[in-house]
Design a binder for this molecule. Sequence first.
Ligand code: OVM
Length: 399
Amino acid sequence: MTTAQTVPALGDDPFGTEVLTDPYPFHSRLREAGPVVHLPRYDLMAMGRYAEVRASLTDWSTFVSGRGVGLADFARETPWRPPSLLLEADPPDHTVVRTVMNDVISPRAVRAMRATFAAAADELADALVARGRFDAVTDLAEVYPLRVFPDAVGLPADGREHLLPYGAVAFNSFGPPNKLRTDALAGAAAAHEWVLANCEREALAPRGLGADIWAAVDRGEITGEQAPVLVRSLLTAGVDTTVYGLANSVYALARHPEQWAALHADPKLTKFAFDEALRWESPVQTFFRTTTTDTEVAGTTIPKDTKVLLFLGSANRDTRHWGDDAETFDIRRSAAGHVAFGMGIHQCVGQAIARLEAEAMLGALARRAVRIEFDGDPVPKLNNTLKGWASIPVRVTAG
Ligand code: OVM
């Protein structure tokens, strides 16, 4: 990249252990450095402020996804798997499959899941509150989505243990070729094979989101080659994201006892608590775009063919947008407009399912527990894209 202009630079490795463990001090320096910052470690441009992150996400023709939303540029290197037709695609191709997915995950389809999801959440919350002490990651966040979502897709019961490892691989793969990515890809074969096999029509239940995608082939909306790749998107984007979203929500609420008290007193706040948790500690921290042309952002020219790293988790804590208390977790604020689900044409197509899961599970817990406290130190889980926890020991008081 040739830059005659002076662009602020930061030498940090945004995918190093220090930043992945606690990204917020780095986010703060990134936002202060400027609207567009050069990261010489990978020779790429980065944005950490809300306005520019949001504007870039929305400008899909300048900041494209088709060359990959990780560091790897698909124009120069072969992707680790055939690209996602949704995440790693641009209009007009993207528009066709996104329209199909919007129909598959329609408000009506999600409403049909509500009773089952609520019953499963109530059952798990009963058991956890009866125990009194549990791990909010391994006993709750990694359990609940796997009890409801694979059934909603129509996956066979056998082999579901591959789902979480597969997601970990996919989200690590967006990063640079560091140890996280290399180790994940080296151990991915079994999970990859299972996912591939179970995106086929014959493997999926006759009713469910998977079957609904395949039905679009019969209507001539997509091809039989596209259908399994779209089912794959459900399995890649629909499990780890909700696991991290639930765990991060419990973490935020346990860290802020007065916020839990407010939620317990008024469980109707659950949906706001979830959005605020997504804002405050966003599961998906970063995505890349690639510029298709020289483009000016807040006075800085970004050359054509540049990988641009968008810090969603930083935009969600930018005081320029959220005010001086941006770093404060407050379930009564309006977190609307956060970019934890992205923004624009790629904004999370499954977010209604994520919201349904979170409202059911967090609501069930909030109604049953008057208090939740840490019962040991939370243990971070490092991933090149996802921010979250390997373990959150908690103690709950029934009432
Ligand atoms: C996909 C996909 C994969 C990872 C993430 C994602 C957050 C989508 O395969 O389409 O969105």
